[in-house]
Ligand binder design. Structure first.
Ligand code: NZQ
Ligand code: ZN
Length: 392
């Protein structure tokens, strides 16, 4: 096991109707003027936004509003948000929505106290300060409610890039599983795929003797395998929604990744797909992650076989663990297909002829990237090709 620091300062408030506590939580964490940031229609339609406003008003907390965050959030709205916060003297960002809204709020939070262009933080610079962020989560997926990450797409040129800092870890996150019951099955499945991908990015590691972290990863994965089909057929199943919501947060606070090297190639490779085609991040991962697994499993067949046995219930072939490893990958892709996820480029709406462009935008150049298996540009092109032609 490697040495590590684990920092997760977020106050998670979990359960039915917990959004009624938002006003109290903002006050507790020092907010006196809020920017209420949200997405398209879902939070308005469900009445959630009105309930959040009521909670703020009950605590006499004034707020400005900025809606309209799109999935794969754009820099253009971030600039608007930064101006609005400065004009209105906002000192607290409240994101009501999914990963896209939360990431947009985090970008604004870094941008307000910064004199330069906030995009600097998505090009490698670390922020020195950020306004505090709180969240009311409406989809179990990206894990942004507990992470120090934010991913934004630059409209001009379609670059999708991430920023990371402990300064943007939310002060609090309200997790009411009932809010996720209005999710359509496709969005539910995209979220489930992302949650599983966040675990796999950490599970496939070259670090040895990380038994507890392995077992925590497997617990999250097994929970997702059990609960996801339940909410696809019974969208109002509160208990299953609750297990998935907590799994999504646990998958990405890094509690399942400490003490080990991590990979993250599948995410980098996927981000180019959602940047180019504006598809859902989880759907892109459903196509990329099994393809990545097929490309790299020979690096450590026993680790893949371990996942196959412990997560997918495969029989271990001690003579030839590669057979077990491949069967586990096959079952993963089959599972994703069974919950309605795409398995190849055609089903995702991507084109094989775009592969050179995707690789170029990915920007690995002549170097290599990834913590489990370091990949070159040609390796990444091959993973896109496997993904393009995959079938179940
Ligand atoms: O805009 P509205 O109308 O709210 O609709 C949203 C959106 O269309 C809808 N939705 C959300 N909650 C709902 C709902 N519909 C009905 N009922 C509800 N309760 O779902 C759609 C997707 O929302 P979005 O916020 O885009 O989903 P997600 O949470 O998957 O976020 C995806 C973004 O997060 C990034 C992704 O790259 C992508 O841009 N990621 C962020 C990470 C982080 N900050 O740590 C890590 C991840 O790996 C990921 O890269
Ligand atoms: Zn993800």
């Amino acid at each position: 096991m490697n040495d590590f620091q684990f920092y997760s300062p977020t106050e998670f408030v979990f359960g039915k109707d917990t959004e009624a506590q938002v006003g109290t939580l903002v006050k507790k964490h020092g907010g006196t003027k809020v920017l209420l940031h949200y997405g398209g229609q879902s939070a308005i339609r469900s009445g959630l936004l009105d309930r959040v406003k009521r909670s703020l008003s009950e605590k006499d907390i004034p707020f400005a509003e900025l809606g309209g965050v799109k999935p794969n959030p754009r820099d253009t709205l971030v600039y608007e948000g930064i101006e609005l916060c400065r004009r209105e003297n906002v000192d607290f960002l409240l994101a009501v929505g999914g990963g896209s809204v939360i990431d947009s709020a985090k970008a604004i939070a870094m941008g307000v106290p910064y004199e330069g262009d906030f995009w600097d933080f998505y090009s490698g610079k670390s922020p020195a300060a950020a306004l505090p962020v709180g969240t009311v989560l409406t989809i179990a997926a990206a894990g942004s409610e507990g992470s120090g990450d934010s991913v934004i797409t630059k409209e001009d040129g379609g670059l999708k890039r991430g920023a990371g800092s402990d300064l943007i870890r939310p002060k609090f996150s309200v997790l009411d599983p009932a809010l996720t019951c209005t999710l359509p099955p496709y969005q539910t499945a995209c979220g489930a795929t992302d949650i599983m991908a966040h675990v796999f990015e950490r599970y496939f590691t070259n670090t040895t003797e990380v038994e507890l972290t392995d077992r925590l990863c497997e617990a999250v994965l097994l929970t997702m395998v059990r609960e996801t089909p339940r909410v696809i057929t019974e969208p109002d199943n509160y208990q299953a929604r609750a297990n998935i919501m907590w799994a999504g947060t646990v998958a990405h606070t890094n509690i399942v990744g400490v003490g080990r090297d991590q990979d993250w190639n599948s995410h980098g490779i996927e981000h180019e797909l959602s940047a180019l085609y504006d598809c859902a991040h989880g759907a892109g991962l459903a196509v990329i992650m099994p393809a990545w697994m097929e490309f790299v499993y020979k690096h450590d067949p026993l680790r893949f076989a371990q996942a196959a046995v412990r997560v997918w219930g495969c029989q271990m072939d001690f003579e030839n663990p590669e057979v077990t490893a491949l069967e586990g990958i096959r079952r993963f892709r089959q599972f994703l297909h069974s919950i309605g996820m795409p398995v190849n480029f055609a089903e995702l709406g991507a084109q094989e002829e775009d592969i050179p462009r995707l690789v170029e935008k990915h920007g690995v150049g002549t170097g290599k990237t990834g913590g489990f298996v370091a990949l070159s540009a040609e390796d990444i092109a091959e993973i896109y090709r496997i993904a393009a032609r995959a079938s179940v």
